[in-house]
Design a binder for this molecule. Structure first.
Ligand code: SF4
Ligand code: SF4
Length: 152
């Protein structure tokens, strides 16, 4: 379970108030309670915060992702092996010369990528489990050796 301190430490921590909250800590608390979302912190859109933004989105994914796809990633179980990155058919289709070949992603269209030894899931709307024409795909969960990916 993600903590408010984990979220806070990934924020710019400048207390700029651009999100409308009085402090970055207040914004972190609101994000944890799913009252605010990552995109409402506009400084995170700056390129030097790209990694922090992706991590925040990943940490907050379980609830958001579970609503539509049922996909949950448990970062504490992930060893960063990259099996899921290569196994996801969307990754292969969207990035055949990067993730599709077991290399670093060459674009941002992939669902999975490994950052700092942990897999991050983004572009979740591309997942075959998303939306009204969903397919119950298991391609990412089956090759995960640690059970870090779960569908609920
Ligand atoms: S369920 Fe299928 S499409 Fe969705 S992330 Fe996993 S492998 Fe990719
Ligand atoms: S297959 Fe499992 S352990 Fe390997 S990167 Fe993906 S989630 Fe992590």
């Amino acid at each position: 379970m993600v903590t408010v301190m984990e979220l806070y430490q990934l924020l710019p921590r400048t207390n700029c108030k651009k999100c409308g909250e009085s402090t970055c800590m207040a914004f972190a608390v609101a994000m944890l309670g799913r009252k605010r979302n990552v995109a409402e912190c506009t400084p995170l859109l700056e390129v030097n915060f790209k990694k922090q933004k992706e991590k925040l989105e990943s940490l907050l994914l379980p609830a958001a992702g579970a609503e539509e796809t049922g996909l949950i990633v448990h970062p504490e179980l992930c060893t960063g092996c990259g099996n899921c990155v290569v196994a996801c058919p969307v990754d292969v289709a969207n990035d055949p010369h990067g993730a599709g070949m077991g290399c670093a992603p060459t674009n941002d269209k992939v669902i999975f990528k490994v950052v700092d030894g942990k897999v991050l899931a983004s572009n979740i709307k591309e997942c075959r489990r998303f939306g009204k024409n969903k397919v119950l795909c298991y391609a990412c969960i089956d090759p995960c050796p640690t059970g870090a990916i779960e569908f609920v």
